[in-house]
Design a protein around this ligand. Structure first.
Ligand code: PLP
Length: 351
């Protein structure tokens, strides 16, 4: 830290992203990326983008209109950002003065709270690592719920979230649906009915575009206008020309999206059964990852075997490991390494 850094950041702990290795030797099952390539139609749309001399469209209107069309919304109910991380940052700036979220959830929430000076209350999960929505019912603060939650993968049905939204029309509920496409119910259909609901999604996971940095928010036009006010006070050109083209093409290529997410869901179901048959406890996942109670030595052993998983060294999830769902072949390799490791546990020692 330099001596010029504002002391208000003295205690700021920045977000630690999952490891992004520079070579391709390791099997990366640690940051919930899509194991399948980006859609060929999206790649073609990126390729067709040539006018880099010019600034991009600050309203990203091609992307916004494709998202609106996909969800049957009007364009003033949608905005986009440089990854949903940026949208969440704007939401913390706009609505985070008092905010409530689970103590075990997306690791960026406490970082945003700190950097934007929010008054945050973290609510513990239940013993079985679930979000108890009843705990949030009477909170007088903006509510932020990841659905499905990360890193557990557990989802609530739309009805349950709706009760939270309906309870107090003067309280904003933000639902982070980064993983919703892998088997949970989106709250987007509730937007017409409630003006105190903001839904945030990303193209990083289910649309195989983590490297393009595209996030989106859907909500009442007044909320979207707030987010755009913040965005235009910060960086109106947050999506590049390529990202805007990619976002529009990704929403239009529904067939590829359905095929790849279907494959990931099927692989997850297979992998969960395999891990359960090896006597591991696995939380019910509606995401493209599973949370498995393996203990941390397993995490280190897999790293040595060339497979990177994600471990959060904090209570009460210290004995759990988050495993991204890859292709069938990748998950078969992990199951084999897991069996080898279990054998070593039984026979004792590493030989
Ligand atoms: C991955 C993730 C995000 C952010 O994704 P972007 O790549 O910034 O769009 C937001 N919320 C949760 C819960 C995530 O897991």
């Amino acid at each position: 830290m330099s001596r010029f850094f504002d002391p208000k950041y003295d205690t700021l702990e920045a977000y630690t992203p999952g490891e992004q290795p520079k070579d391709n030797v390791l099997l990366k099952l640690n940051t919930n990326e899509c194991p399948y390539p980006t859609s060929p139609k999206v790649l073609a749309a990126i390729e067709a983008e040539k006018a880099f001399r010019l600034y991009p469209d600050p309203t990203s209107s091609r992307a916004v209109s494709a998202i609106a069309k996909y969800y049957g919304l009007s364009e003033d109910q949608v905005t986009v950002g440089n990854g949903s991380d940026e949208i969440l940052a704007f939401a913390f700036m706009a609505y985070g003065r008092k905010i409530c979220y689970p103590s075990i959830s997306y690791g960026f929430y406490p970082v945003f709270s700190q950097v934007f000076g929010c008054d945050a209350e973290e609510i513990p999960l239940t013993k079985d690592l679930r979000i108890e929505l009843g705990d949030y019912m009477d909170k007088d603060a903006t509510l932020l719920i990841a659905n499905p939650n990360a890193p557990t993968g557990i989802a609530h049905p739309r009805d349950a979230i709706e009760q939270l939204v309906a309870k107090d029309p003067d309280r904003l509920v933000i639902v982070d649906e980064a993983y919703v496409d892998f088997g949970a119910e989106s709250c987007v259909p509730l937007i017409e009915k409630y003006d105190n609901l903001l839904v945030v999604q990303t193209m990083s996971k289910s649309r195989s575009l983590a490297g393009m940095r595209i996030g989106m928010a859907m909500g009442n036009a007044a909320l979207i206008q707030d987010l755009n006010t913040i965005k235009f006070s910060f960086n109106p050109y947050d999506l590049s020309r390529e990202a805007i083209a990619a976002a529009a093409a990704a929403m239009e290529d529904a067939a590829y999206f359905e095929e790849t997410r279907g494959k990931i869901i099927a692989t997850r179901e297979w992998f969960v059964k395999e891990m359960q048959s090896l006597q591991f406890e696995v939380l019910p996942s509606s995401a493209n990852f599973v949370f498995v109670k393996t203990g941390s030595p397993y995490f280190h052993a897999m790293r040595e075997a060339g497979i990177i998983l994600r471990h959060f060294d904090k209570d009460p999830i210290r004995n759990w490991v988050r495993i991204t769902i890859g292709t069938d072949e990748q998950m078969q390799r992990l199951v084999e390494e897991t069996k080898r490791w279990l054998m070593q546990q039984i026979t004792g020692g590493k030989q």
